[in-house]
Design a protein around this ligand. Structure first.
Ligand SMILES: Nc1ncnc2c1ncn2[C@@H]1O[C@H](COP(=O)(O)OP(=O)(O)OP(=O)(O)O)[C@@H](O)[C@H]1O
Length: 319
């Protein structure tokens, strides 16, 4: 039997809305298009509706309005056919601490009625290998670091081939090393052709690993698209290094630069969108005013700039 084909749009969401019983509007008219083969970052501060959206995508809760298609099929109606092709890791894996990593995976595999017991050991061995836990496979899961537990959860999601992986805040609580491990695993899975949808409140993480992103705030979508296009649309920041920060800020303000901040010997600001002055003219104006400029340049826009420009607010990671 041919494996089912993967449509060009792996996740297609239209007008998706969730109002909880208490009246809380958690997700408000969301449209999403996740292209096949992408690593799609679902970005937003805590409480912006990411988990609620993922729950609706996976058919765990009913939307109040709108529709969600996963691998071309309507959810939650097609959950039985679609979900076996989707690996998910939400809010940390459910592991037995008293079992070894390997025994945890054997249990997960045994719980899948379609998994052939004859090939179970090989499947578990491959999944452990894939996430780099072979050497630690016989240790009890409770002795694992958070990053190792998260990788074991991913191994469980990878016991069968998946067309889509949905990861809710996969690096939450991990140290930088653990984060790097998960990021490189996500890249490998993507290189093998799996579409990955991952939520995060970490802008930097999304920029590092994702090809596409959707930016959420308070239940609403602010922007989505290829990360490089989103970032290219963000205005860069002007950065001037000088001992004479006060005068530099004044001159830049007079020339239309906004959002000026001074940290140490660095003055940064935003170039006005319309009729942006040529940075070379700004530099000349600083020099004319007697400001001794040590360094002058522009920094590329980041996803944070996109977020700030769209909301007029800082990206509050603490929620
Ligand atoms: N079961 C529920 N009943 C009522 N309100 C809820 C429920 N679950 C979430 N909410 C509310 O809905 C909003 C969105 O929450 P959600 O968990 O989807 O956001 P999130 O972006 O995933 O944030 P986090 O990263 O903190 O989980 C929040 O204001 C939250 O308090």
């Amino acid at each position: 039997m041919q494996p089912p084909s993967v449509p060009d749009t792996v996740v297609e969401v239209r007008g998706l809305t969730k109002r909880y019983r208490g009246g809380q509007l958690a997700v408000d008219g969301l449209d999403l298009d996740v292209p096949r083969g992408s690593v799609f970052g679902f970005l937003g501060p805590n409480g912006s509706g990411k988990t609620t959206t993922i729950r609706m995508l996976l058919g765990l809760i009913e939307p109040s309005a709108g529709s969600a298609r996963l691998l071309g099929e309507s959810m939650p109606a097609a959950a039985r056919e679609v979900l076996p092709r989707v690996g998910a890791l939400i809010e940390g894996p459910a592991l037995y601490g008293f079992l070894s990593g390997r025994d945890n995976l054997l249990r997960f595999d045994a719980a899948d009625p379609t998994a052939d017991p004859q090939t179970r050991a090989a499947r578990v061995g491959e999944a452990l290998e894939r996430v780099g836990l072979t050497a630690a496979a016989r240790r009890k899961a409770r002795t694992y670091s958070l990053g190792m537990k998260q990788r074991l959860g991913l191994a469980a999601a990878l016991l069968r081939p998946r067309d889509l992986l949905v990861l809710d805040e996969p690096t939450n609580g991990l140290d930088p090393q653990g984060m790097r491990e998960i990021r490189s695993l996500v890249r490998e899975l993507s290189d093998d052709g799996t579409t990955v949808f991952l939520s995060s409140h970490l802008l930097d993480e999304i920029e590092q690993v994702c090809t596409h992103a959707a930016v959420m705030s308070r239940g609403r979508l602010l922007a989505q698209g290829a990360v490089d296009e989103l970032v290219a649309g963000a205005r860069g920041r002007l950065v001037v290094t000088t001992a004479d920060t006060g005068n530099a800020a004044r001159v830049l303000r007079e020339h239309g630069v906004t959002g000026l901040t001074v940290v140490g010997d660095r003055v940064t600001g935003e170039l006005p969108a319309a009729e942006a002055p040529d940075p070379a003219d700004l530099n000349a104006a600083l020099v004319r005013s007697g400001v001794r400029v040590r360094a002058f340049g522009t920094e590329h826009g980041s996803l944070e700039d996109v977020f700030v420009a769209l909301t007029g607010e800082g990206f509050d990671v603490a929620g």
